[in-house]
Design a protein around this ligand. Structure first.
Ligand SMILES: *Cc1c(COP(=O)(O)O)cnc(C)c1O
Length: 388
């Protein structure tokens, strides 16, 4: 364990011992910093020999010889969408499909990393607030490590997601409200019971798992990076993690050239980051009465707001909001044209790509990667089946 933790706001540093949550001085997230000698350019081809996200162990918080808690997460495909892109004039766009992860979303990556560290520290019980997919992943990886998981979710969470939590043995607590309300309940229970709270950015390791989205993309792209990335952002771990990955790869000289422009996509019914970006603000104001069927985007007051906004600005990207009927229409169109099962969040990201292209913000000749963050079937209450 030769990494350190550094507070994103005040720069305070500490070692990785114990169970780090947030900086005790300012309440802001810790980020993991590795010693410089961790990466050598000559070794960059080496990760390609294994499958999945732990091939990147040199960029991850894993001690020498330590085995991670894994279900084979990562190693997801980049898919061309030839019929859809021809219809919408987005010739060079590809989709990175995170719906094929073991728990049906990219949340597998973050929770594999977080539960690996929790189990190594001797934790027996974890708790997490969720819009759905994080709870499924927490329950699955906790089961994998032999831990107990309590999952706080809004009553409005799609049923298939909730039933996956229960299938993996998670203790499900349903609350009226949004993920912020679930977060308060989860933290209160953690304080009372001694369970480890795995809320977004309230422990430093989920981000490290999300970082592998960016590391993998660099490998798949032949150690260059695409010119734009379009990502559906709620709590922001995917965006923040990828941006951290790109900066680490660039510092290690594993990639060269400009870093991608990062675009955050939110739902029109809950768009605190889009509003803050448009206003030129460094931080986001909480969104009142958040609602969207893309439950992963229903995060009215993300703790990572400053980090997200900084990544969007530093990269020369932006932020776009998409209406619910539009994201659903895009997901349905892609399923029929391409056989790809987009989550509503993935539908939002592709709909945003169409809009950015129409506005000329993204040009037809640019290499664009759009993320589908989860599998659509986990949201479908009924299948639209014909009557028997
Ligand atoms: C959690 C989630 C998101 C939002 O991810 P963040 O990294 O927290 O911004 C997007 N899509 C899906 C399917 C999710 O589960």
């Amino acid at each position: 364990m030769d990494w350190r933790l550094e507070c994103v706001a005040c720069g305070a540093a500490r070692g990785p011992e114990g169970l780090p949550t947030v900086c005790d001085r300012c309440g802001q997230p810790w980020l993991v910093r590795y010693p410089d000698r961790t990466w050598l350019p000559a070794e960059r081809e080496e990760p390609a020999r294994e499958h999945g996200m732990w091939r990147w162990r040199r960029f991850l918080p894993l001690a020498e010889g330590e085995a991670p808690v894994t279900l084979g997460e990562g190693g997801t495909p980049l898919l061309a969408l030839p019929r859809w892109t021809a219809r919408h004039g987005l010739g060079r766009l590809v989709l990175k499909d995170e719906g094929v992860n073991p728990t049906g979303s990219f949340k597998s990556r973050g929770l594999s990393a977080a539960i690996t560290r929790a189990a190594a520290a001797g934790v027996t019980c974890v708790t997490i607030p969720t819009a759905g997919n994080a709870g499924v992943a927490a329950a699955a990886y906790a089961a994998r490590a032999g831990l107990h998981a309590r999952v706080y979710a809004p009553t409005t969470t799609p049923r298939p997601l909730l039933s996956q939590v229960v299938s993996f043995g998670g203790e499900l607590v349903l609350l009226d409200g949004h993920i912020g309300d679930c977060g308060r309940a989860s933290r209160a229970w953690a304080a009372e019971s001694g369970a480890l709270d795995l809320s977004t950015l309230r422990e430093p390791y989920r981000i490290e798992g999300k970082k592998t989205l960016g590391l993998e993309l660099a490998l798949q792209w032949g150690w260059r990076l695409p010119s734009a990335i379009i990502y559906p952002a709620g709590g922001g771990t995917g965006l923040i993690g990828m941006w951290k990955a790109f900066r680490e790869l660039s510092a290690a000289r594993w990639v060269s050239g400009p870093l991608p422009r990062m675009f955050a996509v939110q739902a029109a019914g809950c768009a605190p980051i889009v509003r803050a970006f448009a206003a030129g603000a460094d931080a986001a104001e909480p969104w009142a009465d958040p609602w969207t069927a893309a439950s992963g985007l229903r995060v009215p007051a993300p703790l990572g707001d400053r980090l997200m906004l900084a990544a969007l600005r530093e990269s020369g990207g932006g932020a776009v909001a998409v209406a619910d009927d539009q994201l659903a229409a895009t997901a349905s169109e892609v399923a029929r044209l391409e056989g790809v099962d987009l989550s509503p969040e993935g539908g939002a990201a592709l709909a945003a790509a169409e809009e950015l292209a129409a506005l000329g913000v993204v040009q037809a000749g640019e290499d664009v990667v759009v993320f589908n963050t989860g599998a659509g079937w986990l949201y479908r209450e009924t299948g639209g089946l014909p009557r028997a």
